[in-house]
Design a protein around this ligand. Structure first.
Ligand code: NAP
Length: 322
């Protein structure tokens, strides 16, 4: 009932205020929640808005659409190309952020996917690479620019990761793997095929665990994560059957309404650092995260994730600290 109430009754605040002077980056912004969030930032006067997308053509189409429906003008939106399925692409994109942007006030790490079948990207199953490893690699690589922005402009930038209330569907049997082997068990095609329907919710739970770990330090910028609710978008493009279309028909928020949660989280301060936000409020994630074994599990996951990030880019995880 909580889910139905949240979907059909709860009203999310319509984004207001001015984003003049701010530079905003939104990943996965050619469609879905990211595109509608970008439209809000453009409408509210962001000075520089980076659509971070894996297809330049789709990004240019989104840019033209946003420009034609807001009065942001032609010089605000830029289309940049990270592919989160490739660590090299993530590194190149982050290097461009570092060299070409004077400031980053809001970074919505929103790109994500929900695969129906097992695919590999880099050293993981693709959902895990895109939603978790590349998302936190990107976070670690752009945090220095957000910290620089904090010092130069005396503001507190925010990096908001789009997680999901759907994380509650993950039972996470791989958590019982031997020490140091949780990610390898999640990535094991044989082990994961038995619970592959949980791979996407699990990836979203891993994001929440990691944000809580980042939240234990205060790097001077806010890092939080979001449950946008169940929303219309292209996320279920890989799924077949009648379940998702039916759910969407009866329960989904419009993409625009869901996108309000991205602006809300991107505009929050230190009180949301390390937190999970649902319905535009600080909320508690599932029992697996908050229960008696959650803290130990969080520590194990953080050791494994940061080791992965260090293998990709030595030294990068120091950026999560102050
Ligand atoms: N819709 C919901 O009900 C819901 C609920 C909870 C959480 N979320 C989360 O919200 C976020 C946005 O999803 P959405 O619902 O808006 O779905 P969407 O319409 O499918 O948008 C996903 C975006 O992520 C991009 N993306 C996927 N793989 C990528 C990669 N390898 N590199 C770079 N970009 C990539 C997509 O680009 P392409 O178009 O090029 O593939 C697209 O721009 C996701 O993190 C999702 O998990 C959604």
């Amino acid at each position: 009932m909580g889910f139905v109430y949240s979907q059909l009754v709860v009203q999310l605040p319509y984004p207001t205020g001015s984003y003049a002077g701010k530079t905003v980056v939104v990943t996965g912004s050619n469609t879905g929640l990211g595109k509608e969030a970008a439209r809000h930032y453009a409408r509210l006067g962001a000075s520089r808005l980076i659509l971070a997308v894996r297809s330049i053509d789709k990004g240019n189409a989104a840019k033209a659409d946003i420009e034609s429906t807001t009065s942001c003008g032609k010089n605000v939106i830029e289309v940049w190309q990270p592919d989160l399925g490739s660590y090299a692409s993530v590194k190149d994109f982050a290097a461009n952020i570092s060299s070409d942007l004077e400031r980053v006030d809001i970074f919505n790490a929103n790109a994500g996917l929900a695969r129906k079948k097992y695919h590999t990207a880099e050293d993981n199953e693709e959902t895990i690479t895109v939603n978790v490893v590349s998302t936190f690699l990107l976070a670690a690589l752009v945090l220095p620019k957000l910290k620089e922005t904090m010092k130069r402009f005396n503001v507190r930038p925010t990096l908001a990761i789009t997680s999901s209330g759907g994380h509650t569907f993950a039972k996470f049997p791989q958590k019982d793997a031997p020490e140091g082997q949780i990610f390898s068990t999640i990535n094991d095609p044989n082990a994961s095929s038995k619970v592959f329907a949980e791979q996407y919710p699990l990836s979203k739970m891993l994001e929440i665990f990691a944000v809580r770990s980042v939240g234990e330090n205060d790097p001077g910028v806010t890092v939080n994560c979001i449950d946008p609710g169940f929303c219309e978008s292209e996320l279920a493009r890989d799924q077949d059957g009648i379940f998702f279309p039916l759910m969407k028909f009866f329960l989904a928020r419009t993409t625009e309404k869901g996108s309000r949660t991205l602006i809300h989280a991107g505009s929050r301060g230190s009180q949301t650092h390390g937190k999970y936000l649902s319905n535009c409020k600080i909320a508690e994630p599932s029992d697996i995260v908050t229960g008696p074994e959650g803290k130990k599990l969080q520590e194990r996951l953080w050791i494994e994730l940061t080791q992965k990030l260090e293998n990709i880019q030595p030294g990068v995880t120091a950026n999560f600290r102050a």
